[in-house]
Design a protein. Structure first.
Length: 228
């Protein structure tokens, strides 16, 4: 009788131990939530600071021109992205984005505040070959004409890029460059970009920012984003 009772107790503890190892009634482990990465860039020269909301949850606050959020990890799938004027419920950009698992995206708020719109690009973060850097150029100066990005000797690196258009990631030798922004097809230099350092196996976005004739923070210039 004692032995029967002893083995009954052992059986109960064994059953509890097995149940404790299960994550649900089927004994299966829940799949981890798939993730994507999203970077938001404030590229509207005359827009105020903004807050970023993902599915109505605040993901970043008081993002000002020309800064970015860095990559934010969000659930993959269809996500509602809102850009609100900082500290208010005033939505200036709203988009439903289909974000793929393990992919990275940049969302640029572009144009003047009266015509604000999103530019959504997928970011290829594959590591460049040794000795190379990958560079993407985007024209985000609303009142600037189509431009060429050249070396100081006139050699065209990126040609005939108009507002809101871009040249996708391009391998360039890792080195320091003196670049110029010229009105497309001419020798007219609208912006000098000296000492642009591209490091080995790094990934960059360079975008033209500001306004032709703008002053201070709104002056025509270039912004460089390092992705890795």
């Amino acid at each position: 009788m004692k032995f029967r009772k002893f083995f009954s107790i052992i059986a109960i503890f064994s059953l509890l131990a097995v149940m404790g190892c299960s994550d649900d009634d089927n004994g299966t482990t829940p799949e981890p939530t798939s993730k994507a990465m999203v970077k938001v860039v404030h590229a509207s020269p005359d827009a105020p600071g903004v807050d970023l909301l993902v599915d109505n949850a605040v993901a970043g606050t008081n993002l000002t021109f020309p800064k970015n959020t860095g990559y934010l990890e969000v659930d993959a799938g269809t996500r509602n992205i809102k850009v609100n004027v900082t500290g208010t419920d005033q939505t200036v950009i709203e988009a439903n984005l289909e974000l793929m698992k393990d992919k990275a995206y940049s969302v640029f708020a572009i144009n003047t505040v009266a015509n604000l719109s999103p530019l959504v690009l997928e970011d290829n973060l594959a590591t460049p070959a040794s000795g190379k850097a990958h560079v993407r150029f985007i024209h985000l100066s609303p009142n600037a004409p189509s431009v060429d990005i050249t070396l100081t000797d006139g050699t065209v690196v990126f040609g005939n890029v108009e507002f809101s258009k871009y040249v996708d990631f391009t391998p360039l030798d890792a080195a320091t460059y003196n670049l110029q922004v010229r009105v497309h097809g001419t020798d007219t230099v609208v912006l000098d970009l000296p000492g642009i350092q591209l490091m080995n196996q790094k990934i960059y976005t360079v975008f033209a920012k500001g306004l032709v004739g703008g002053n201070g923070a709104q002056a025509l210039g270039a912004e460089i984003i390092l992705h890795n």
